[in-house]
Design a protein around this ligand. Structure first.
Ligand code: GRF
Length: 208
C-alpha cells in the first residue's frame, strides 16, 4: 500500500518537487497527501497546487522559528485529518517540539544539507566551505527532540572543489538531496527501516 506523505515547507520547495515527481511517476511507493507551510508566500505551495495536491498555509502564530502552542495543535490536527503515515520536513524553517514529534514518533523525517553530525543549524554549506572540508553532502534523518540529531537514514557525499562558492556547493548537494529524500521515503513506505538504539538498519541492505 502506498504511503500517504505530508510535506512541510517554508520556501522554494525543490525537495518537495522531487518527491512529487517521483511519486507521480511511481518511482517511489508514496503519495503526497498534503503540503503545509508556515509561509503564505512559499513557492512550494504553488508547486503543490500545480500538481493537484492540497496545500495549506497554517499560521505559525509566533515570530520565533519554532512550532508551538495553538499553531502546533493546528498542524497536528490537519496532519491527522489527512491521515498521513509520514511527515517530511523539507526546508521547513521551524524547530518542531516534543508534542508533534511524539504524535509522529519515527514517522517524521528531515533533510539537512550537510553530512551530519557535522554542521548543524543554518548556512551549513558556508560552514563546510569555511571549515575547509574536502567532502560535504546531505543527510536524511528521523526527527527527534535533538535538532538535526535524530537517527540517520541515508546520506550522500559530494566533493568540495577549491573554486567552490556557497552557491556551487549548495547546488551540488541539492542534486543529491533530490535523490536521497525520495529514496528514504520509499524505504519507509516499504517498511524497510528498523531503528535500534540510535541506528537505522535498512532491511535487505548490509551496506557492502
Ligand atoms: C534544502 O537544502 C534542505 O536540505 C534544507 O533547506 C533547503 C530547502 O530547499 N533543509 P527546498 O525548499 O527543498 O528547495
Amino acid at each position: 500500500m502506498s504511503c500517504r506523505v505530508a510535506v512541510l515547507v517554508s520556501g522554494r520547495g525543490s525537495n518537495l518537487q522531487s518527491i512529487i515527481d517521483k511519486s507521480k511517476s511511481r518511482e517511489i511507493d508514496a503519495e503526497v497527501a498534503v503540503v503545509l507551510s508556515d509561509n503564505k508566500e512559499a513557492f512550494a505551495l504553488a508547486r503543490a497546487r500545480k500538481a493537484g495536491i492540497e496545500a495549506h498555509y497554517i499560521d505559525p502564530e509566533v515570530t520565533k522559528p519554532v512550532l508551538i502552542g495553538n499553531a502546533e495543535d493546528n498542524y497536528i490536527n490537519t496532519l491527522k485529518e489527512y491521515k498521513v503515515d509520514l511527515v517530511c520536513l523539507a526546508g521547513f524553517m521551524r524547530i518542531v517540539k516534543e508534542k508533534i514529534i511524539a504524535e509522529f514518533k519515527w514517522k517524521m523525517m528531515n533533510i539537512h544539507p550537510s553530512l551530519l553530525p557535522s554542521f548543524k543549524g543554518l548556512h551549513v554549506q558556508k560552514k563546510a566551505l569555511d571549515y575547509g572540508v574536502r567532502f560535504a553532502g546531505a543527510t536524511v534523518h528521523f526527527v527527534t527532540g535533538d535538532v538535526d540529531g535524530g537517527p540517520i537514514i541515508l546520506q550522500a557525499v559530494v566533493p568540495v572543489y577549491q573554486d567552490d562558492t556557497e552557491e556551487s556547493l549548495s547546488s551540488r548537494i541539492l542534486k543529491e538531496e533530490h535523490r536521497i529524500y525520495p529514496e528514504a521515503i520509499d524505504l519507509f513506505s516499504k517498511n524497510k527501516l528498523k531503528i535500534k538504539d540510535n541506528r537505522v538498519f535498512i532491511e535487505g541492505d548490509d551496506g557492502k
